[in-house]
Design a binder for this molecule. Sequence first.
Ligand code: XBP
Ligand code: MG
Length: 255
Amino acid sequence: MRLDALIFDVDGTLADTEEAHRTAFNLAFEQLGTGWKWSRTDYLRLLSTTGGKERIARHIASLDLTDGERAELIARIPQMHAAKTRFYSAVVRDGAVPLRPGIARLLDEAATTGCRLAIASTTTAVNIDALLHATLGTRALELFGVIACGDQVAAKKPAPDIYLLALQHLGVRADHAIAFEDSANGLRAATAAGLWTVVTPTFWTEDHNFDDAGLVLPQLGDPQTPLAGEPGGRLRECAWLSFAELSSLREEALS
Ligand code: XBP
Ligand code: MG
């Protein structure tokens, strides 16, 4: 079956960004004097809520507050999230967060074959622009023809909306595309949109359930960062997921 597009999640998939997000949240909380500080344990739990604004709202809901205190904090969520986004995008724009192994290689291989590339992410366009500019430079706008993200949809992952929006903007059928994700919420969103999905977990999502994934690998690998035990585990041709093998694995899975 034809393969017309690859659709990539951003946070955790293109790059391992969540520690940078967590740090940015804490810097914003300190700047705004909320007295909050999310530990890694806190953030592991809060990450099951997609969207930074929604994550802050969930934290507020967990606090013992009067109705007036709660309402005042809820009213400040946009301000908190804007401050967090300033901290995060500044750190990423400075190059603090690299692409994960194999991402740049697979993007090039796919683009060379004429396969289109898109993004479907819960984070903001500002954050995506900062990451792509820092890691791919001006090539990013040539590579990714469609960027669907953040508040462009009302229902965030695990709802399929952001993937359906990316497919709509691509003008591509779900069964002619592949999604790349790192989390259970992302896998559910892509699967609900009808996409065969490759999952590359990070520390933040390694305990998630990926039973519905088409393929699960620790990362995409490349000649400089070969995958241990490959070929031979899931891969047959080389110790990284090449575009050619990605296409054939999906073909077999869907035939
Ligand atoms: C991951 C998310 C985002 C980030 C934080 O997005 O759920 O909320 O954790 O970014 P994805 P914001 O994996 O879909 O790329 O604060 O901008 O939401
Ligand atoms: Mg993600």
